[in-house]
Design a protein around this ligand. Sequence first.
Ligand code: SF4
Length: 269
Amino acid sequence: MTVNPGKVSLRSRISTLSEVTVDKSSRAARTETRTGLVRRARRMNRTLAQAFPDAHCELDFTTPLELAVATVLSAQCTDVRVNLTTPALFARYPTALDYAQADRTELEELIRPTGFYRNKAASLINLGQALVERYDGELPASMDELVRLPGVGRKTANVILGNAFGVPGITVDTHFGRLVRRWGWTTEEDPVKVEHAVGELIERKEWTLLSHRVIFHGRRVCHSRKPACGVCVLAKDCPSYGIGPTDPMEAAALVKGPETEHLLALAGL
Ligand code: SF4
């Protein structure tokens, strides 16, 4: 039986292309040199830049202090919920001194929707006190100083440095770690080791935007349980292609977020 190419559906053409891709990807992953890895990682970053040209910090803030507070609240909580909570909080506590002198019960009530509100309230009060005592109420702009502040770990410090001070930083959250391991950029599990490993692959000036792009991709396409491999812009460079549905229609239904139409168009749908 002969097949008329004109009758082959877009769906089956994409499926066939995808199968070829996975073979190439797994071969490439087995034989990849260090230079090859650097090139592939940078190519993937460029592809992500096309997929998510508006990638940004999804926490709302106008000052370094607001970003620090929002980042503390974002632990175990979605950015959307944090953003619903912070307008009233920022209006009530505009300065570090306001947090330092906050009534604990009142502060807890304001941030209760973000979960773990008792611990978070304690962190914010301690943070306010440390900022007033050590830095005249201002956020310092260096990693060493930031990580010495109560409630501020390396991840929070990188968010603040990258987004409030314009200092390149790699933010290793749960999405970032999962994705870069799937991509074979590193096998490390420890966030600090992941940060250093990725920092050796990607140009420093790209670090902050790379972090946003990877996190965007993790939230919208490369989900923890069912990644949308069949419509993923990174398919040809991803050694994990195929751990999620490769059928384009099935995969398309898994894509989330406002960029969905753009992402599916890039995948040829
Ligand atoms: S969605 Fe699939 S192909 Fe895309 S990055 Fe994730 S694992 Fe790789």
